[in-house]
Design a protein around this ligand. Sequence first.
Ligand SMILES: NC(=O)c1ccc[n+]([C@@H]2O[C@H](COP(=O)([O-])OP(=O)(O)OC[C@H]3O[C@@H](n4cnc5c(N)ncnc54)[C@H](OP(=O)(O)O)[C@@H]3O)[C@@H](O)[C@H]2O)c1
Length: 300
Amino acid sequence: MKILVTGKNGQLGRYIQKIVNADTKIGNNQSPNEYIFVSREDLDLSSESSISHYFNNNDKFDIIINCAAYTQVDKAEQKSELANQINHLAVKQLANIANNQQAKLIHISTDYVFDGESNKPYLETDTPNPINAYSRTKHAGEKALQALMPINALIIRTSWVYSEYGNNFVKTMLKLGKERDELSVVNDQMGSPTYAADLADAILEIIKHKKFKDVAQTTQIYNYSNEGEISWHEFAKEIFKIEKIECEVNPVTSQQYPTPAKRPRNTLMNKDKIVKVFNIKISNWKSSLNTCMTLLKKQQ
Ligand SMILES: NC(=O)c1ccc[n+]([C@@H]2O[C@H](COP(=O)([O-])OP(=O)(O)OC[C@H]3O[C@@H](n4cnc5c(N)ncnc54)[C@H](OP(=O)(O)O)[C@@H]3O)[C@@H](O)[C@H]2O)c1
């Protein structure tokens, strides 16, 4: 199978590459899959003509994994048109292309499609109600994909993604914690962190699964994050504990720490569906955080 992965320099895209390359190196990649990783230089999702040009000039694909997105939540408030092009209109175009090529499409979405007002973990069937520009564009992307592809697509909603790569909360906290004696971090937004390595593993497991390979499967949404429910405040405290950083973490409310984009209060997601359907094993957030931080240390 020929598999296209967008967002090759993003956290998730880089981890899919890392796992595929490692498997090939140790001879574990028995499958005849050929992966093609593309960056925005190869395939610019902000340009309709760039997308058409790319697919008109390449052989058809069997699977498209869309890891690329406009992910700057606060900036999206100002750049909502660009975010909409990348997170919504480009997804619509990819869905049309996938249909024409009879390819399956795996698309990544976000817990932020929910307003966070529920007191229970969100199910895939709960009604989204996005409360900021980024989330509205991601939700519009989901809806466009579902409308165009009643079969052969899969949407994975994830949350609080971090890794050794790119910019993320873990790396920001490590930097700030070493520079300052105290920090204020919100303690009224609850959710689950997701180590990009674990999500990449899950996606590659899904591709191998018989259920995914079945022809004409109905399009489904799946939730995926690591296990556990925490606030950003607890997340920061654990990062400092592992790294033995002596920086006081003061809990503050979202009201005390205003950001351009409003964040949902509770976006914990129920992961039973992905576990049951694809037999995915999900690690606890603390063990995955430890793994990531060990690797970050090795990079220093
Ligand atoms: N990060 C999170 O906390 C989080 C939470 C929930 C859901 N998600 C979703 O998870 C998925 C993966 O996120 P991530 O954390 O891996 O994101 P990321 O690290 O920000 O990577 C996003 C990728 O998209 C690429 N991209 C941006 N604009 C593009 C364009 N115009 N054309 C082509 N590529 C473009 C970026 O390219 P460059 O490297 O060139 O900038 C980057 O490689 C996304 O769908 C995101 O919405 C993320």
